[in-house]
Write a protein that binds this ligand. Structure first.
Ligand code: URA
Length: 200
C-alpha cells in the first residue's frame, strides 16, 4: 500500500506503518493509537517501541489476544520530530485508511489509546482525563461498537501515576470484552428506574 496525501509526512517517513493483527483469532477488537514513533517508522510495524512493549504486555495480561486485536494508528506515518499529527493529516489518514479498515473489520470493541485517537471517535470535546476507562456504546460511520478509551502508555512512561491509570484502563477493557463489566450507560431491566426500587 502507498499513500501520498500528506506532503510533509511523505518527505520525512521511512515506512508507512500499516496496522497488524495481534493474537490468534480474526479481529473482534480494533486498537487505535496516535501515530508511529521512531521504532515503528524504521520497522513499518505499529507499537514495537518502548510504549508498544507496555501496550502489548497489558493486552496479553488481560487475555485480549485471543479475541484478535487489530493494532493500528490514527495516522500511519511518523510525524517528523515526533510532533503531533496535524488536523489535516489526521483527516486525510482517517478518511483514506482508518474508516475503510473499521468497515472491513466490523469490530465489536474499539480501544482508543490516548487523547487524539479518543477525539477521532468521540469528537473534539472528548477528554482523556475525564473519560478514560469508561466503556460506551458508540456509533461511527454507520458502525456500532463499544468504545473503550484508555490512557496512552507513553504518558505513563513520563508519569508513573498515569501508568497506573493506563493499566487500570486495560484491565477494564479486558473485563468488558469478557462480559464481566457492562458499558455505560447500562441497559438492563431496571433502566429508567431508580436503583433503590430494585430493593422494594
Ligand atoms: N505510539 C503510538 O501511538 N503508536 C505507535 O504505533 C507507537 C507509539
Amino acid at each position: 500500500m502507498t499513500c501520498n496525501l500528506c506532503p510533509e509526512l511523505v518527505a520525512s517517513r521511512k515506512k508507512i506503518v500499516n496496522g497488524e493483527l495481534f493474537g490468534d483469532a480474526l479481529p473482534s477488537i480494533v486498537l487505535i493509537g496516535e501515530a508511529p514513533g521512531v521504532q515503528e517508522n524504521l520497522t513499518g510495524r505499529p507499537f514495537v517501541g518502548v510504549s508498544g512493549d507496555e501496550l502489548r504486555h497489558a493486552l496479553r495480561m488481560n487475555g485480549l489476544p485471543r479475541f484478535g486485536v487489530y493494532i493500528t494508528n490514527v495516522c500511519l506515518c511518523h510525524p517528523p520530530g515526533n510532533r503531533d499529527p496535524k488536523t489535516q493529516e489526521i483527516k486525510n489518514c482517517v478518511e483514506a485508511h482508518l474508516i475503510p479498515k473499521l468497515q472491513e473489520v466490523q469490530p465489536q470493541w474499539v480501544i482508543t489509546v490516548g487523547k487524539i485517537a479518543g477525539q477521532v471517535l468521540a469528537g473534539p470535546k472528548f477528554s482523556i482525563e475525564l473519560e478514560h476507562g469508561i466503556p460506551r456504546p458508540a456509533f461511527f460511520q454507520g458502525l456500532s461498537f463499544i468504545h473503550i478509551p484508555v490512557y496512552h502508555p507513553a504518558a505513563g512512561l513520563h508519569d508513573p501515576s498515569k501508568m497506573i491509570l493506563f493499566l487500570g484502563d486495560m484491565t477494564t477493557a479486558g473485563n468488558v470484552v469478557k462480559g464481566k463489566v457492562s458499558p455505560y450507560p447500562v441497559v438492563d431491566e431496571f433502566a429508567g428506574k431508580e436503583k433503590y426500587e430494585e430493593a422494594l
